[in-house]
Design a binder for this molecule. Structure first.
Ligand code: ADP
Length: 585
């Protein structure tokens, strides 16, 4: 807490320097040397000055009238002259002090630069915040008047209000026993029956054990019950990732505000620009081609012949009915769609594909596969199950099988961007984009031996949406497989762009989707939870949105590269010394 306070003080000083800072540090002024208060002293000297001026002028006039030489002065005139000089010097000094103070305490040029930069940042942020729908326009629209700013409640403030304390003697005893290793850290939840307290105690024990502070990692403000047994074990806090909104993304006639959790500057703004181009061109069309999650166990036989026997059995259409009844036993939603086998000698890899409703479906498909393996043991007792996953699935690894056969949702999404929009919004030309796409996304990726990576940065958009909506971010690997195609159409005036993504693995129930923040993002997209009308409709819609957002991201980044804007926009949005090549892919 103390550290965070220190941090915030430093931040205020470094980000908002004002001309007053040096005065606050050293409040002594030259005028403090005066015996009377400044106002009173001023009044005395002003009166004195004007009185003696009046007196001397009247004496001067008198002398001229009586022809008395000017150098003959009386005692009162000498006093008046001295008083004149004294008050004159004071008044000069008075203004001089102010002048000197303004010189002495003028802020250093750095302070002004910092202020200028801050103002510039504010203008930039205001410009971005002032977006109106369609918000893609915010990239180049004029600045409308801002509504009065609402008070900002910072996360830190929320945490400060209700801190978790581990101050009781009992807590202290438990911390000590965790540190000593007598109480296993993982058992805290079940032992205490209070997930938050368990996290606080584990955190304190961890800090003592490692001697490292976790003060930057928030503990409060999170529902630890909600992750118990399904999302994360042994929690000690949570990481904050900002969520930005790109959109509205117009796909299949509906507008979506797309939440993107990212710390990469430029990404949301860029996707937003793509959304604007799509919107101005009448919207994108996203088509779901396939929907089936896969799991492929590896089984082994004594001979390749026996492995082949099982392959033939499993792929025989006459056996499908029986196998699907067995497979479907464990879930209302998991429905076997097909089986594809690959043999490697005596080993057989059996790729089961099934629909999974609104769930991403890994658990569902695994349960169905286990049912079938148990069932097969009767007819194939010599079958040795090596593992329920034999990597032919293929989960969380780049693999041609997903690229070719698909996994999860296979989607193609397209739009025709008008030539005008390409020029005015994307600041490039149809010709340049088509050429760049051919040389970069197709030829360049082929030269690199890419597997499903025929795109500019699909994974950027996929990862950001996955994190925001509670998907499994590790599945970004295959979910980002994407080929981006571009072609000049309508006599070369307009641009046809499409993204084809064969393995988008998403769900709207299960896993991280039920957590409060992630669920809020799904709700924003209108795909929260299970679809009441058609099981699976929400997850399928989410996949079409992901493809639409990738389309927007591809459009914008490719345009930035074609127009040579990439480095410039990174400098604008990432105003740091960050490696700008990182976001470009
Ligand atoms: P996954 O298979 O993606 O890992 P889970 O194992 O959590 O996800 O499965 C999803 C759970 O949600 C299952 O228990 C399933 O019965 C339930 N469920 C409720 N409604 C639906 C739905 N519309 N589609 C899929 N699953 C649903």
């Amino acid at each position: 807490m103390e550290a965070s306070r220190l941090y915030s003080t430093k931040r205020v000083q470094s980000l908002k320097p004002t001309k007053k800072i040096p005065l606050e540090e050293d409040p002594t002024k030259a005028s403090d040397a005066l015996p009377l208060s400044l106002h009173l002293t001023n009044a005395v000297f002003f009166t004195l000055f004007f009185s003696v001026v009046y007196f001397l002028l009247s004496r001067w006039r008198e002398k001229i009238r009586t022809s008395t030489p000017l150098h003959v002065v009386t005692f009162s005139e000498i006093i008046a002259i001295l008083a004149f000089f004294a008050s004159f010097i004071y008044l000069l000094g008075f203004f001089g002090i102010d002048f000197v103070q303004s010189l002495v305490f003028r802020p250093s040029p750095d302070v002004w630069i910092a202020e200028d930069e801050e103002e510039e940042n504010e203008v930039l942020l205001a410009k971005e915040d002032a977006r109106k729908v369609p918000c893609g326009q915010a990239l180049d629209c004029l600045l409308p008047p801002l509504p009065p700013a609402a008070p900002i409640v910072t996360a830190q403030k929320v945490f400060d209000e209700k801190p978790v304390t581990v101050t009781t003697e009992e807590d202290e005893e438990i911390i000590k026993s965790v540190v000593a290793g007598t109480t296993p850290s993982y058992s805290l939840e079940s032992k205490l029956g209070d997930c938050k307290r368990a996290a606080a105690i584990r955190r304190e024990a961890l800090q003592r054990l490692t001697g490292k502070s976790l003060s930057g990692l928030p503990l409060d403000g999170f529902d630890y019950e909600s992750i118990l047994g399904q999302c994360c074990e042994m929690p000690v806090g949570y990481v904050q990732i900002p969520v930005g909104i790109a959109g509205p993304l117009l796909v299949n006639g509906r507008e979506y505000s797309v939440p993107m959790a990212t710390t990469e500057g430029c990404l949301v703004a860029s996707t937003n620009r793509g959304c604007k181009a799509i919107h101005l061109s009448g919207g994108a069309t996203s088509v779901l081609l396939k929907d089936g999650m896969t799991r492929a166990p590896c089984v082994r036989f004594g001979t390749a012949k026996r492995a082949a026997d099982l392959k033939l059995y499993l792929e025989d259409p006459d056996n499908f009915e029986t196998l699907s009844v067995v497979f479907n036993r464990s879930s209302r939603f998991g429905r076997l769609q097909g089986i594809k086998c690959a043999i490697a000698g005596k080993n057989l890899y059996i790729r089961f594909t099934c629909s999974t409703g609104d769930a991403m479906g890994m658990n569902m498909v695994s349960k169905g596969v286990q049912n079938v393996l148990d069932f097969l043991q009767t007819d194939f007792p010599d079958m040795d199950v090596i593992g329920i996953s034999g990597n032919y699935c293929s989960d969380k690894k780049p693999a041609a099988v997903n690229w070719i056969e698909g996994r999860g949702k296979s989607v193609v999404c397209e739009v025709i961007i008008k030539g005008d929009v390409v020029r005015k919004v994307l600041k490039t030309s149809v010709e340049s984009l088509v050429e760049l796409n051919m040389l970069k996304n197709l030829t360049g990726s082929a030269m690199a031996g890419a597997l499903g990576g025929f795109n500019a940065h699909a994974s950027n958009i996929v990862a950001a949406i996955y994190i925001a909506t509670g998907q499994d971010p590790a599945q970004n690997v295959e979910s980002s497989h994407c080929i981006t195609m571009m072609e000049a159409v309508n006599e070369g005036k307009d641009l046809h762009i499409s993204v084809t993504m064969p393995s988008i693995e998403v769900g709207t129930v299960g896993g991280g989707t039920q957590l409060a923040s992630q669920s809020a993002c799904l709700n924003l997209l209108g795909v929260k939870g299970a679809s009441k009308e058609t099981p699976g409709a929400n997850a399928r819609m989410l996949a079409t949105i992901v493809a639409g957002a990738v389309l927007a991201g591809e459009l914008s980044l490719m345009s930035a590269i074609a127009a040579g804007q990439l480095v410039k926009s990174h400098m604008k949005y990432n105003r740091s010394s960050k490696d700008v090549s990182k976001g470009s892919s």
